[in-house]
Design a protein around this ligand. Sequence first.
Ligand code: PEP
Length: 246
Amino acid sequence: MARRKLVAGNWKMHGLAADLAEVVAVSNAARTAGCDVALCLPATLIERAVRAAPGFPIGGQDVHQADKGAHTGCVSAAMLLDAGASLTIVGHSERREAQGETDANVKAKAEAALLAGLDVILCIGESDAVREAGAAVPTVLAQLDASLPASVADPSRFSVAYEPIWAIGTGKVPSVGDIGEMHSALRGRLKAAYGEAGDAIRILYGGSVKASNAAEIFAVEDVDGALVGGASLNATDFLPIIQAAR
Ligand code: PEP
C-alpha cells in the first residue's frame, strides 16, 4: 500500500521564543513538501508556534492519560488541543527510561490522546544490549503488543516510530537490512492487530536521521517517514530530510 510519508521533528527540551523562526521556515517549506511534516515542541512553545505558523501541525512530546487532576508537571490531551496542538508523541524512550513509563502507561496515553482528537506517534525500540543479544525483533514486537491502543479508528492519525535506543543522538544507525527486517515485522504485527487498517498505519524510523542518510532510509520498504531529534532543531538541517521524503 502507498502511504504518504510523515517527517516529524522532536525538539525535546530545546527551544525558546527566538527559535520560532525555525518553525516558520519549516512550515513554509512544508506547504510544497509532498509529504506530511510536523514539529513536536516543548509545551511552553506550542501556542506561540501555532500562532506563528497557522495550519502547520504542532505537537506535544508527551501527554497524560487523565483529563485533568493532581498530576504536577503533566499536560492532558485537552490542554494540548487547547494550545493548538494536533498531535503528540507517546512512549519516547527518554520518557520510558527517565520517567519509568511502562508499556501500559504508554497504551493509556495513546488511547486518551486519540480519543481526545490528537494524532499519535507511539515510540518503541530496543536497547544496545538487546540488539547485541540478537533479540531486537521479538523484544520490540512485545513492546508494540503491550503499548498499542485497543483500537485505531483512523489509521492516518496513528503512527508507530521504531527508534532503537542506541541510535538516538549517537550518530549510529542500524543497517538498512536491519531497519527493513524490523519494519516488516512491525507491519505484520499491526495487520494482525487491526486487520486492513494495520496496512495504512505509518511506521517511522527514528535515530540519528540526517540529510546524509535520510534518502537511503526512506527507500526501505515499510519505512513511512522519520521521527527526527537533533536534526529537526533548525530548518537548515531539517529541510533536506523533508526533501528526501518526497
Ligand atoms: C529522537 O529523539 O526521537 C531522535 C530520533 O533523536 P535523534 O534524531 O537526535 O537521534
